[in-house]
Design a protein around this ligand. Structure first.
Ligand SMILES: [Zn+2]
Length: 267
C-alpha cells in the first residue's frame, strides 16, 4: 500500500502555532501561516521559552535580550499577516519541560483560542538535538489531549475544545504539503528577517547591513520550500466538506513551493 500525501487543508477560521523559541514557527510553517492569514484565518502564536540563550555574546544582557526577542516575534507575526494573538509562556530557554502545570497552561490557551488547526514541532523526530524543540512538541501533543476532554483541568472555566487537525513541522515522516506562493515564501523570509538578534547565531548573517547575506539566506529558504510533485502519483487533495480525501489529477507543475508536515487528524 502506498503512503498518500495530502495537499492543502481548507483555510481554517482559526489556527494556533506553538513553537519552542521566537523564530521556530516562522522556520517551520511561516509561508503556510501567511497563506492562511491573507485568506482571512485568525492566526495566533504561542512561544514556549523566553529565548534567553539565543546569543553567542557571553556578555549579553539577558533581560533585554528577552524583551528584544518578544518584540521581534510580534513584528514577525505582523509580517505574516497574523491578526490573532502572540503569547509567551516565558519558560527559561533550554530548560523547557513537559509537566502538568505547563500542560494545563497550554491546554487553557487552546481552549481560549479554539483553533481548528494546531501546528507544532514533531516531538518524535529522531536525532533531534535541541531539547526545547522536543519538549515543545510534546507539550503541544499532550495539551491537545487535555484541551479536548472535559475532565482535564475543569478549573479552567472555559469550554473544552478539540482541534480538527494537528500539523507537525520539521517532521520525521511528512505526509502533508501546504502549497504556497512565492509571495508567501517572501513573507516567510521577511518574518524571519524580523529576528535580527538571531542573524549571527541562526541565520548566518553577520550584519544587519549585509544585503548579500540576506539574499543568500532568502535563497536558502526558497530552496528549502521547493518541492517536486509527481504529475501522476498518490497525491490527494483534502475536501472541505468531509474528512475524506479525494484523488486529484495532480494539476500542479513539477516544481512548486510548499511546506511539509506530518498530519494528524481525528484528534
Ligand atoms: Zn528553536
Amino acid at each position: 500500500m502506498h503512503n498518500t500525501t495530502t495537499i492543502d487543508l481548507p483555510t481554517p477560521a482559526r489556527a494556533l502555532a506553538i513553537g519552542a523559541h521566537p523564530d521556530d514557527i516562522e522556520f517551520g510553517c511561516g509561508a503556510t501561516l501567511h497563506k492562511w492569514g491573507t485568506a482571512g484565518c485568525v492566526v495566533s502564536f504561542l512561544i514556549c521559552t523566553d529565548g534567553s540563550k539565543g546569543t553567542w555574546d557571553a556578555q549579553a544582557d539577558v533581560a533585554s535580550l528577552i524583551v528584544r526577542r518578544q518584540n521581534e516575534q510580534i513584528e514577525a507575526a505582523k509580517r505574516l499577516a497574523a491578526i490573532g494573538e502572540v503569547r509567551f509562556l516565558g519558560e527559561t530557554d533550554g530548560e523547557l519541560g513537559v509537566d502538568r502545570n505547563l500542560q494545563s497552561k497550554v491546554a487553557e490557551i487552546i481552549r481560549e483560542l479554539r483553533p481548528q488547526v494546531l501546528l507544532g514541532h514533531d516531538p518524535w523526530k529522531r536525532w533531534r538535538l535541541h531539547p526545547d524543540h522536543r519538549a515543545a512538541g510534546f507539550l503541544c501533543t499532550d495539551s491537545v489531549v487535555a484541551a479536548r476532554d472535559p475532565h482535564f483541568f475543569p478549573e479552567h472555566g472555559t469550554a473544552y475544545h478539540r482541534p480538527d487537525e494537528l500539523l507537525l513541522f520539521e517532521c520525521e515522516e511528512p505526509d502533508h504539503l501546504e502549497l504556497v506562493s512565492k509571495v508567501n515564501v517572501n513573507a516567510k523570509v521577511n518574518a524571519l528577517l524580523a529576528h535580527e538578534s538571531q542573524f549571527e547565531s541562526t541565520h548566518g548573517i553577520s550584519s544587519v547591513d549585509s544585503t548579500e547575506e540576506k539574499a543568500s539566506f532568502a535563497e536558502n529558504i526558497f530552496k528549502h520550500c521547493r518541492r517536486s510533485i509527481p504529475k501522476a502519483g498518490p497525491m490527494t487533495h483534502t475536501s472541505p466538506k468531509t474528512d475524506n480525501t479525494t484523488t486529484s489529477s495532480a494539476p500542479h507543475a513539477d516544481e512548486v513551493h510548499a511546506e511539509a508536515f506530518k498530519r494528524m487528524t481525528g484528534l
